[in-house]
Design a protein around this ligand. Structure first.
Ligand code: PLP
Length: 363
């Protein structure tokens, strides 16, 4: 079997795959209602929230767009923190819809600095919302949301969180940390194929929504909520992916959230230890390393593209390269969702063979 170790789409367990082979049902009928209610209740458990959780048929980026257009108006001031590619994307969406964005960018490989966020909020009392990435997939850094969220709330700002590659793998108590809109995607930690974005919406986010004037139609939270009350979605949903999500949620809850988080911590440590044992170095600041993706610095001489090809063709190990400015400079091991230490051991032993073949001297 292919050892697919990219940070999404992630491998899907057999039980989950089989759920998708089921015949279609009426998405306005009683079976769908039961399915949707069950999935929504279980999602709330994993989100650790009592607030609404909406399931939208879209890529994760659709969820980010939904978070922006449902809570803001053109001209609203937004503090957009970014520590990499996906933080930049969230910033770009806010700019695209006419928010007055103050970007707050941090060096790639580092976490967002809480004091810098505090200073930016002190400097501009008109800021309405703050954008934060929980886990930056491009750099393998997890922000310290336990520290950042209270600062955002101390200033009483709306907190919009891209948790696409962290939620369900890294502890994120949405209500405890007062995340107003929290976005995730089915193809990351959830062990489900791409196609759904799941979004929590707090009371404050609903208040903001009532005044928000950015244009929206497909992603309108009001339509999603009123339909969800009937056990439906406003538009035809990805029914098969929702079948899959139900089974995956049962697996997650059976393992237990605490155990799922602990497994990700163990697997991530195995990845870091394995990389170090090969004499390679980690890209991310070790204080904020991600438990879902481990980027590795490409040493001089290593042809990352050639290495990825050898791993893929000779070892059935699929890793990710670096994105944008990091292309050719790093490679990334994804370890979220359906993953154990054994999968990582397979990656490390394949790397041992592939590294010297791809130009690494003395490997
Ligand atoms: C994967 C990812 C996204 C984008 O998700 P898509 O489903 O590809 O749109 C956004 N943010 C983060 C942190 C991600 O890991």
């Amino acid at each position: 079997m292919v050892n697919l170790r990219i940070p999404g789409p992630t491998p899907v367990p057999d039980e989950v795959l089989q759920a998708m082979a089921k015949q279609m049902i009426n998405h306005r009928g009683p079976e769908f209602k039961e399915l949707m209610n069950d999935v929504t209740a279980k999602l709330k458990t994993v989100f650790q929230t009592k607030n609404d959780v909406l399931t939208l048929t879209a890529a994760g980026t659709g969820g980010l767009e939904a978070a922006i257009v449902n809570t803001l108006s053109p001209g609203d001031k937004v503090l957009a923190t970014s520590i990499g590619v996906f933080g930049d994307r969230f910033t770009k969406i806010a700019q695209t819809y006419g928010a007055d964005v103050t970007p707050l960018n941090f060096e790639w490989g580092k976490a967002a600095d809480v004091n810098a966020i505090r200073k930016a909020l002190q400097a501009d009392p008109k800021i309405k919302a703050v954008l934060v990435t929980q886990n930056e997939t491009s750099t393998g850094v997890t922000n310290d949301l336990a520290a950042i969220c209270p600062v955002v709330k101390e200033f009483d700002k709306l907190l919009l969180v891209d948790a696409i590659s962290g939620l369900g793998a890294i502890d994120l108590p949405v209500d405890k940390w007062h995340c107003d809109v929290t976005v995730t995607g089915s193809q990351k930690a959830w062990m489900v194929p791409p196609g759904l974005t799941m979004v929590s919406v707090s009371e404050e986010a609903w208040q903001a929504h009532a005044e928000a004037k950015m244009p929206r139609f497909y992603f309108d939270f009001s339509k999603a909520k009123s339909n969800l009350e009937k056990g439906q979605t406003p538009w035809t949903p990805a029914v098969s992916i929702i079948f899959a999500l139900q089974v995956a949620l049962d697996m997650i809850l059976k393992e237990g959230l605490a155990n799922v988080f602990a497994r990700h911590i163990r697997v991530a440590k195995a990845a870091r230890d394995g990389i170090k044992s090969l004499g390679l170095s980690l890209f991310a600041d070790e204080r904020y390393v991600s438990e879902t993706v481990t980027p590795v610095v490409a040493p001089p001489g290593l042809d990352v593209k050639a290495m990825l090809k050898i791993l893929r063709e000779a070892h059935q190990v699929v890793l990710a390269g670096g994105q944008q400015d990091l292309s050719g400079k790093i490679f990334r091991i994804g370890h979220l969702g359906w993953v154990t230490e054994k999968d990582i051991a397979g990656v490390i032993s394949a790397l041992k063979v592939a590294l010297p073949q791809a130009g690494l001297a003395g490997g």
